[in-house]
Design a protein around this ligand. Structure first.
Ligand SMILES: Nc1ncnc2c1ncn2[C@@H]1O[C@H](COP(=O)(O)OP(=O)(O)OP(=O)(O)O)[C@@H](O)[C@H]1O
Ligand SMILES: [Mg+2]
Length: 201
């Protein structure tokens, strides 16, 4: 199975573009979705996280307090690595399992933190959704109501726009405010991926 990794900074439009691929009947395996499901109550990963970080990681209803965990790992590299050591192998395995079940010419694997989590080797080609930082901040502010400084600190925790562009095989420019041209760009890449997949036999 030919796997196209889809990535991009916060708010650049990964989810928006994923939907356009889905409309073309291309399966999208979503690493964020997988990671969320892995820590639902009753999942073994949640217990591993509690063992590593203590019972404060639980909300009163037994679900994972993402906010608490985020605060712990945000400024502490060692804690971050501890969490990643629990989650990443499980995310890897789940992506592989889902991909193995597919029978389409190619699939999209959406991994927002593709570079930060060193998952590039999981995919055959990298598609980056790009827009200027100023637009990222505007869109995330509108969508999530976060303060500029908070959004900027998330952007600072991700690889730079330049790094992403330098490591992309394909780039979709999503800076147009009305999203015009996005579907056409996706269609063009779809045709490219179909032809690459066919050439691989
Ligand atoms: N071209 C566009 N013009 C205007 N708004 C857009 C455009 N593309 C995306 N948006 C809006 O910007 C916000 C961010 O887009 P989206 O959720 O697709 O980004 P994302 O990369 O998936 O973000 P995250 O990293 O947080 O998952 C959404 O509210 C979306 O509707
Ligand atoms: Mg998204």
């Amino acid at each position: 199975m030919f796997k196209v990794g889809l990535s991009g900074g916060i708010g650049c439009g990964k989810t928006t573009v994923s939907k356009l691929f889905t409309e073309l009947n291309v399966p999208v395996v979503d690493a964020d979705d997988i990671a969320h499901k892995l820590v639902k109550p009753g999942q073994p990963a949640l217990l591993d996280i509690a063992k590593a970080f203590g019972n404060k990681v639980f909300n009163p209803d037994g679900s994972l307090s993402r906010q608490y965990l985020r605060e712990i790992v945000f400024s502490d590299l060692q804690q971050k690595q501890k969490l990643e050591a629990i989650l990443h192998p499980l995310v890897f395995a789940s992506i592989q399992e889902k991909v193995n079940k597919l029978a389409t010419p190619y699939c999209i694997v959406s991994i927002p933190l593709l570079f930060e989590t060193h998952m590039s080797h999981l995919v055959d080609r990298i598609l980056v959704i790009d827009c200027p930082v100023k637009i990222q901040i505007e869109r995330v502010k509108r969508r999530d109501g976060l303060a500029d400084a908070r959004i900027q600190s998330i952007i600072n925790s991700q690889v730079s726009r330049e790094f992403r562009m330098a490591h992309a095989d394909d780039v979709i420019d999503n800076s147009n405010t009305d999203g015009s041209g996005l579907a056409e760009n996706v269609k063009k890449l779809h045709n490219l991926y179909l032809s690459i997949s066919a050439s691989l036999g």
